[in-house]
Design a protein around this ligand. Sequence first.
Ligand code: ADP
Ligand code: ASP
Ligand code: MG
Length: 411
Amino acid sequence: MALIVAKFGGTSVADIERIERAADKIACEVESGHQVAVVVSAMSGVTNQLVGYCGEVSKMHDLREYDVVVSSGEQVTSGLMAMALQKRGIAARSWMGWQVPIKTNDIHGKARIEDIDTVELHKRLGNGEVAVVPGFQGITDANRVSTLGRGGSDTSAVALAAALKADRCDIYTDVDGVYTTDPRIVPGARKIKKIAYEEMLELSSLGAKVLQTRSVEIAAKQKVSLQVLSSFEDHVGSDMPGTLVTKEEDIMEQELVTGIAFSRDEAKVTILNVPDVPGVAAKIFSPLADSNVNVDMIVQNISTDGKATDMTFTAPKNELEQALAVLTKQDFLKKSKIISASNVAKVSVVGIGMRSHAGVANTMFETLAEKNINIQVISTSEIKISVLIEEDYTELAVRALHAAYGLEETA
Ligand code: ADP
Ligand code: ASP
Ligand code: MG
């Protein structure tokens, strides 16, 4: 008998029929003797609609009220899921974030989970009751509803699994596992049977939205056994049909390149004529960090005259306005020119095998050169190489790289 947290994403609870199918899977796990906590997303499209409403009222809305609005989608599906389970003769009840409670910090709109009280949940699960918890939401110390950032139900599920010390966290979604790249972009992408936390962390943070980055961080830290699987197939999680995200030591064969991620959510800012003096990077990036702008790639050019230089960095597209507002306020940049572009994309190759093999970067640069794709910025870490390119070439670059590293499905 195992304790399982099962999360169903938006497309997996998109309508009543899908909720019923998800409930069937939970019923099957319960009948096999497992204890189950279910985490649900909002029905697909609902969160986007709610976010849209907030923007219609005001572009600069109060994020505490934004959280009240956008967290509501998950409330609906958790009630419906509890009803569907009850209909199957299973004792089930919903637990809103504030009822558990799932405590978060007060960064509204992208709050982080700080603590989950599991005493009552454990007691109920032990008595055979299924707990249905809405993903994405929590409560702050000030008793305000908070949300965890887009895709945050993955994080709710993994954090709950860690807090409950669950045997496994199953993430049911609309693909049957983690692939070498987004299978919607490269139909020949290959399903990965097991992937290391560290690689999954890179893939997620570099754009593979199949798991929210924060969920992988928690899984890695708390050693949560995490499975990504399809809710559209007949299997249940305990059949282990999906991709297991696990410790590096558990993976027998390590590929040189495991996968390719891409993100179109990038924007590029270049500051021309920055004074080339010690401390200037801190003066630029500290105020950006203070206003919660997530700066990613950074390049500083060599100064030709020793007095001024150019600085380029990337940040999420939806933080560009904020970044520009912060920079234009800085006195020391009065004589600089700030230019920005949002028609850029970041394409990254990821693999633990890179640690011990040279030549991965070269293959990337040659492949992109062959396709005439210009590289604007490069950044590397031990297990990844990222390049910033023009957005229009994203798919071309991903397909060409996928082929160049031999990642396709072999018949
Ligand atoms: P959910 O609503 O279930 O949370 P998401 O849309 O957030 O689902 O995530 C699933 C999607 O992630 C898939 O439909 C797929 O297009 C995308 N995706 C991106 N990269 C990958 C990858 N490497 N492997 C699998 N899916 C990926
Ligand atoms: N409903 C939220 C979103 O669409 C959270 C989630 O589904 O993970 O971002
Ligand atoms: Mg998701």
